[in-house]
Design a protein around this ligand. Structure first.
Ligand code: FES
Ligand SMILES: [Fe+2]
Length: 458
């Protein structure tokens, strides 16, 4: 049956509900305008969305301009050291008040008539005030704030929904896994360089889907990376590890040595002097053990915040691999476009030379001109094309996410996994992505103020 008209989004979500237990997902989710419009409201208008790292706005008055869905927000450290997330629209006529991607300022002055706001977003003045607005209170006419703002290990998130649970409740079990990457020592991480941004003709979900744990593509799409010695773990060995559904919507994958005595990189390939500063004063022995054995961690925090840590070099002939951490967002930019934002993180107590090495290795691999990045983006463009195709609609075309389901492949549930969530051994598994789409479907159907569960135990 051909699905047409204004109910097509509902029909696609129905098809998702019916298909997921069988590992089937309707490709129309990647190309339908009505679905996309609903995502902006029901996902990006409600979920906690990653915006910035605190190290990008360290001084009072530092700000960066970021997006929630398609909308611009100023993320600024105010005069008292607090972080404000302000909708970048003048309260007079809705004009954009911030005209720079980042900077330091004591105020924003709207270019249209000159209304002026301080670093908390309060209206502090306007030209010819007495003649124009004398008698009108300034209170209540400041820039509009995001409903809630919170940080976790310096990662700043905001939500537009006042009914959203606290950030840590939203992260659920994923917080435990963020701890074992971002909280390994008391110094924590910082951003090095400015984020890169580039737009490709793909749907934003392809990035989240990939970073939720699509390890299967490595041997085919990224074969050249092994050929040039960019990554130190052989392909077959790298597929050994765990897939984890940390909490509804949030998934991750570890390439991991079976024991800590195994040869090969430990702690994501971080330098040994740095590793010597990692301890259990902030994290549990289980978390430290997982970090120690991990070669790679790749993760997606629903909806569009992804993390990757791994040993990497841009040129194996000249530089040995070192631990690289990239965090990224898949910013929706219309149903058929995504703006990829890409930051590199380093531990604050690394030496300048170690930070420089990690940054160069990251730039040469996971950036617009990097060896890995261009591999990935090309297929995603064609996913989006399939998603909006008439043929896929007429022929009832479905995507196959069956890997690791009972009787399919070698993946097995892990009974004694020490962390939160549901874990599978070997990375030949797609439950991590089914987890993403299950929560996606629940959020897309949730009524205003209602939320799906944030734990598998609820
Ligand atoms: S629109 Fe901003 S001051 Fe008028
Ligand atoms: Fe990839």
């Amino acid at each position: 049956m051909t699905i047409t008209g204004p109910t097509r989004a509902d029909a696609l979500l129905d098809a998702l509900d019916r298909g997921l237990p069988h590992g089937e997902i309707p490709v129309g989710l990647f190309g339908n305008q009505e679905i996309y419009d609903r995502e902006l409201r029901r996902l990006f208008g409600r979920c906690w969305v990653f915006l910035a790292h605190e190290s990008e706005i360290e001084a009072k008055g530092d700000y960066v301009l970021r997006k929630i869905g398609e909308d611009s927000f100023i993320v600024i450290r105010d005069e008292h050291g607090g972080i404000n997330v302000l909708f970048d629209a003048c309260r007079h006529r809705g004009v954009q008040v911030c005209r720079s991607d980042s900077g330091n300022t004591s105020h924003f002055r709207c270019p249209y008539h000159g209304w002026t706001y301080n670093t908390k977003g309060d209206l502090v003045g306007a030209p010819l005030w007495r003649n124009a607005f004398g008698g009108m209170p300034k209170e209540g006419n400041g820039l509009t704030k995001a409903a809630k703002v919170a940080s976790y290990h310096g990662l700043v998130f905001a939500t537009l929904d006042p009914s959203a649970p606290p950030l840590e409740e939203y992260l659920g079990g994923m917080a435990w896994y963020l701890d074992l990457l971002f909280g390994l020592n008391e110094h924590g991480m910082e951003i090095v360089g400015a984020p890169q941004r580039f737009v490709i003709d793909a749907n934003w979900k392809s990035g989240s889907d990939n970073f939720a744990g699509d390890d299967y593509h490595l041997g085919t799409l990224h074969r050249s990376v092994w050929e040039i010695g960019a990554f130190p773990v052989p392909f077959r060995e790298n597929m050994m590890g765990y897939h984890v559904q940390a909490a509804p919507g949030h998934s991750l994958s570890f390439s991991m040595a079976p024991t800590e005595d195994e040869p090969g990189p430990k702690f994501f390939g971080f330098p040994e002097e740095l590793v010597a500063t990692f301890d259990t004063s902030r994290i549990s022995a289980h978390q430290l053990d997982i970090a120690r054995r991990s070669r790679v961690m790749v993760a997606n925090v629903f909806p569009n915040f992804s993390i990757l840590a791994l040993p990497m070099t841009e040129d194996g002939a000249h530089h040995p691999p070192t631990g690289v951490v990239t965090i990224r967002t898949w910013q929706p930019h219309g149903v058929g476009q995504v703006e990829i934002w890409n930051w590199f993180c380093v531990y604050k107590n690394m030496t300048p030379a170690q930070k420089d090495r990690a940054y160069r290795a990251g730039l040469g691999t996971f950036s617009m001109g990097g060896a890995f990045e261009m591999d990935d983006t090309e297929p995603w463009i064609t996913v989006s094309r399939t998603g909006r195709s008439v043929a896929a609609d007429l022929l009832d075309f479905k995507l196959n996410y069956q890997m690791g389901m009972p009787g399919v492949g070698i993946a097995k549930p892990v009974e004694d996994w020490p962390g939160p969530g549901i874990s599978y051994w070997t990375r030949y598994e797609e439950g991590v992505q089914r987890n993403l789409y299950r929560f996606y479907g629940d959020m897309m159907r949730a009524e205003p103020g209602a939320w799906p569960k944030f734990s598998f135990d609820d």
